[in-house]
Structure formats: C-alpha cells, structure tokens
Design a protein around this ligand. Structure first.
Ligand code: IMP
Ligand code: MG
Length: 193
C-alpha cells in the first residue's frame, strides 16, 4: 500500500506554457477507497455473469487497472481507442474508431471504462451507435469522473466515481498533451493570469 503524505502526493512544478497547477482535487487514498467501492458494487450487480471490461484508451488505463483488481468475478479485458474530430457538433460521425475491440461484443455483457465523461459525445456514439449494432447482451458505463456541466449528449454513466466541476483535470490517467497521466492523484490546471 502507498504511504500517506509521501513525495508522490506533492504537487510538482509544471512546465506548460500559459497554465499553472490549480491544486489537488482527490488524493490517491480517496481515489483508492472509491474504486474499491465501485468494484464491490459492480461485482454484486454482475454476480454469476462474465463481464467484458472495455477500457477507452488512453485515459482509462490507470483507473481500469485498479478497478479490475477490485472486481470479484469472471472478467475479460479489452480496449478501444477513439478520437474525436476537432470541432464538436453533436453528430455521432465525429467519433473515429482508432482501435476496435479484439473480442466480438456479440452476446457479451460489456462494461465500458472511461476516465471522464465531458460532453458525452464519445460514449453516446460508442454505446448507442457503434456497440448497439453489434448485438451485445448489455452495455454499461463506469467512469471515474463525471463533468456534467459541459454535457451535450444524453449520457448517464451507470457507475461514477466522482462528479467534478468544469475544470481541466489531470492525473491518474488523465492528461494534458499526454503529460501528467502518471500522477497518483487528481488535480486541475488553471490558466495563468
Ligand atoms: P467527451 O466525448 O466530450 O465526453 O470526451 C471525453 C474525453 O475527453 C475523455 O475521455 C477525456 O479523454 C477527454 N477529457 C474531457 N475532459 C477532460 C479533462 O478535464 N482532462 C483531461 N481529459 C479530458
Ligand atoms: Mg478519454
């Protein structure tokens, strides 16, 4: 287990032009405890069923690796990578599949793992258009974070770790320009005045 108040908890100096560290929102310990609760709830809800856990790369990989170790049951792992086209109208055509699942979703109980739901466009497309056409048994969403302030698509995660305000979040898998994913806590960036 991690030591409390270790070096790893301290916010580091960052080198992103125009931005500074806004502060820590969720400690590693707080995240760990909540992920354990989610794992328990998921284990109970899927009791006796095999779960196909599908991580959306790259942001979900840290959360997913902790979450699956809290699930007591039959678990199969897969990944998808998606990218959104620059400007976001609500059209589902804005999401491009960069990497598809390796296993077939047909007849599977799919649990999509996301780092954060923002506009909801990515998950709306994945759940209601892409996966639906492949006849899974069920599709649910677990997200570490939910940022409902910017929601455009009608997506409600089935399981959510924490609701966050409209901030730019980094750490525990979430990035700014592919940086900060390794932070064991969740923090936010703010624009320099
Ligand atoms: P959506 O389609 O707008 O819901 O996009 C969600 C995706 O945008 C997430 O999977 C993240 O990769 C990214 N994203 C949204 N908000 C943040 C944030 O605050 N920090 C880092 N990535 C974010
Ligand atoms: Mg993502």
């Amino acid at each position: 287990m991690r030591k409390k108040n270790s070096q790893r908890e301290k916010i580091k100096v960052i080198n992103v032009p125009g931005y500074e560290m806004g502060g820590q929102l969720l400690s590693a310990e707080t995240i760990h405890d909540r992920v354990a609760e989610l794992g328990k709830q998921i284990s109970a809800d899927y009791a006796g069923k095999k779960i196909t856990v599908v991580g959306i790369l790259k942001g979900s990989f840290v959360f997913m690796s902790d979450l699956i170790r809290e699930i007591d049951g039959d678990v199969e792992i897969d990944f998808m990578e998606v990218s959104s086209y620059g400007n976001s109208t609500t059209s589902s055509g804005n999401v491009r599949i960069v990497k598809d699942m390796d296993v077939s979703p047909a007849d599977k109980n799919i649990l999509i793992v996301e780092d954060i739901v923002d506009t909801g466009n990515t998950l709306k497309y994945l759940k209601d258009t892409f996966l639906r056409s492949k006849n899974p048994e069920s599709v649910k969403i677990v997200t570490l974070l939910d940022k409902p302030a910017r929601r455009k698509a009608d997506i409600v995660p089935d399981y959510c770790g924490f609701t966050v305000e409209d901030l730019f979040i980094i750490g525990y898998g979430l990035d700014y320009a592919q940086q900060f994913r390794q932070l064991p806590y969740i923090a936010y960036l703010k624009e320099k005045k």
